[in-house]
Write a protein that binds this ligand. Structure first.
Ligand code: HEM
Length: 511
């Protein structure tokens, strides 16, 4: 009898403990966090049990993405309606809810810099969905000492001096695309092209040439596999996440596993061959992979342990993931915007004809002032990465705002870039002139350009991307004039990067 009473009492206690813990995490904690934010004058949405703002988010985005918009640059309400609505209702520092976690939205450049400077290490990238983690195990997801060591090793490969050597490689990729466009255009003197898939092919080609040099064909296959893996992963992420489900041998899970294995094994072979070739002196060391391997070797001989081949493999995957779609997004919006603004298209063409009369080299690229201003203005109006995400891993402060551990943070680049308070009354207009004295003088009082991030984790590939985009634009503008096709509908939206939902159809005329 005593045993029975003891067992029942224990069970009741365990049950009560469980209920108390659950109530704390799904109700009391969010309510306490909400009060803490309200007490500091920060306003936001009321907490909804368990689901937070998921339903409202999906409703707003489904509606906004259901129809295109007019041909103008006021794209914020379509691309990111939920964050836009939150900021309009509750102010530039406001909050909403991701499930049971508060999400602070900060649309203020000084506060954004404070978060991104991350001086005490109180901020981190938010925990990733385990499905996505399979794709991102390199520099983009490392934290703390591991990250800074890796960044030090990779940095030399992206120095401007080293990138100069990549210009002829980018030119080869572009020339191939231009030749194909010429063939298409000559039969009818003009033709319609959807530049979004074209630029995806171009940037994939450029990155596999620059990353893998002589093994570029193999590199291309690796990246094709990776593209399939990314799309399968995104598909899986859109369905309800059930812990452990990725281990169930469904057809798609098996395909993901197989692709991942194949990519790793192909990369391992390419790396082994490259190492051998470099030792024997018949392989270039000035492509990305060569530089990564050299940098790893140099660091191994010092006090630090260098990158193992497995780490180099992960970094190669990262370059594709971080650099391919972002650069195609920039190029796509640049072409759409220049089709909408023929006067700037002509200005850029004149500059290119004047500066790059012969070969495209670093000197010529460096002198493309108007093209640079145009690219920055496109990055402002159509940033490929529309927001940065952080997470407080400890109780911390952002200037005067106290935050408990476990708060998600959104830094909405797109919203900032369209804010008249920062860019002036013409914030929604395409006006490359604002960048005539460089990025730091383009916004009103304070630096507000975050297209490549900011602080220690700023984009490592920004010079790479800008050079590649300049080479591509210069070659296109030299050979073609273009305008929007009647079949184009203006529908920017985001799937990882800012993309044209229904394609980017333009009509090209060979010059
Ligand atoms: C227009 C093109 C590009 C844009 C707009 C862009 C944007 C960004 C942004 C906003 C970040 C910061 C992310 C964060 O803080 O969460 C970032 C990081 C990064 N980018 Fe880019 N990127 C571009 C091209 C590239 C290219 C071409 C490469 C490589 C070949 C690259 C490699 C990386 C890497 C490795 C990081 C992580 C850096 C770190 O965590 O230390 N990106 N990029």
């Amino acid at each position: 009898m005593d045993c029975f009473v003891l067992a029942t009492t224990s069970l009741v206690f365990i049950l009560l403990y469980g209920v108390a813990k659950l109530s704390y995490s799904i109700w009391l904690k969010p309510k306490w966090q909400q009060r803490l934010l309200n007490q500091q004058g920060i306003r936001g949405r009321a907490y909804n049990l368990l689901v937070g703002d998921m339903k409202e988010f999906i409703k707003q985005i489904t509606e906004a993405w259901s129809k295109p918009i007019n041909l103008c640059h006021q794209i914020v309400p379509r691309v990111d309606p939920f964050t836009h609505d939150n900021v309009q209702k509750y102010g530039k520092v406001s909050f909403c809810w991701t499930g049971t976690r508060p999400r602070l939205i900060i649309k203020d450049p000084e506060l954004m810099k404070e978060v991104l400077a991350n001086k005490q290490g109180h901020f981190q990238k938010p925990p990733l969905n385990p499905l996505l983690l399979v794709l991102c195990k390199g520099i983009t997801t490392l934290e703390g000492e591991q990250w800074s060591k890796r960044r030090r090793m990779i940095n030399p490969a992206f120095h401007l001096e080293k990138l100069k050597g990549l210009i002829p490689i980018f030119s080869v990729s572009c020339r191939q695309m231009i030749e194909q466009w010429k063939e298409m255009a000559t039969s009818h003197s003009s033709c319609e092209i959807d530049v979004w898939p074209e630029f995806q092919k171009l940037t994939a080609d450029a990155i596999s040439r620059t990353a893998f040099g002589s093994s570029y064909e193999e590199g291309k296959t690796i990246f094709e596999h990776q593209k399939e893996l990314i799309s399968l992963t995104l598909e899986a992420m859109q369905s309800l996440y059930i812990p452990g489900f990725r281990f169930v041998p469904t057809k798609k899970n098996q395909r993901r596993k197989k692709l991942n294995k194949e990519i790793t094994s192909m990369l391992r072979n390419v790396i082994r061959r490259k190492q051998h070739g470099m030792r024997m002196g018949h392989e270039r060391a000035d492509d990305l992979l060569g530089m990564l391997l050299l940098s790893a070797e140099e660091n191994t001989s010092g006090a630090e342990r260098g990158m193992a081949n497995g780490d180099v493999i992960e970094e190669c995957k990262q370059f594709y993931l971080a650099g391919q779609e972002t650069t195609s997004s920039l190029l796509t919006w640049a072409i759409i915007v220049l089709a909408l603004h023929p006067e700037w298209q002509e200005k850029a063409r004149q500059e290119i004809l004047q500066v790059c009369s012969k070969e495209l080299d670093f000197e010529a690229i460096h002198h493309l002032k108007i093209v640079t201003m145009i690219l920055y203005e496109v990055l402002r109006l159509y940033p490929p990465v529309i927001a940065l995400y952080q997470y407080t891993n400890k109780d911390t402060k952002i200037k005067e705002i106290s935050l408990p551990a476990g708060v998600d943070i959104t830094l909405p680049i797109l919203l900032m870039n369209h804010d008249p308070g920062l860019w002036g009354d013409d914030a929604e207009e395409f006006n490359p002139e604002r960048f005539s004295e460089g990025v730091s003088k383009a916004s009103k009082d304070t630096l507000a350009f975050f297209a490549f991030g900011w602080g220690p984790r700023t984009c490592i590939g920004q010079n790479f991307a800008m050079i590649e985009a300049k080479v591509a634009l210069a070659m296109i503008l030299k050979h073609f004039s273009f305008k929007l096709s009647p079949s184009y509908s203006h529908a920017p939206y985001t799937v990882m990067t800012l993309q044209p939902q229904h394609g980017a159809q333009i009509i090209i005329h060979q010059i």
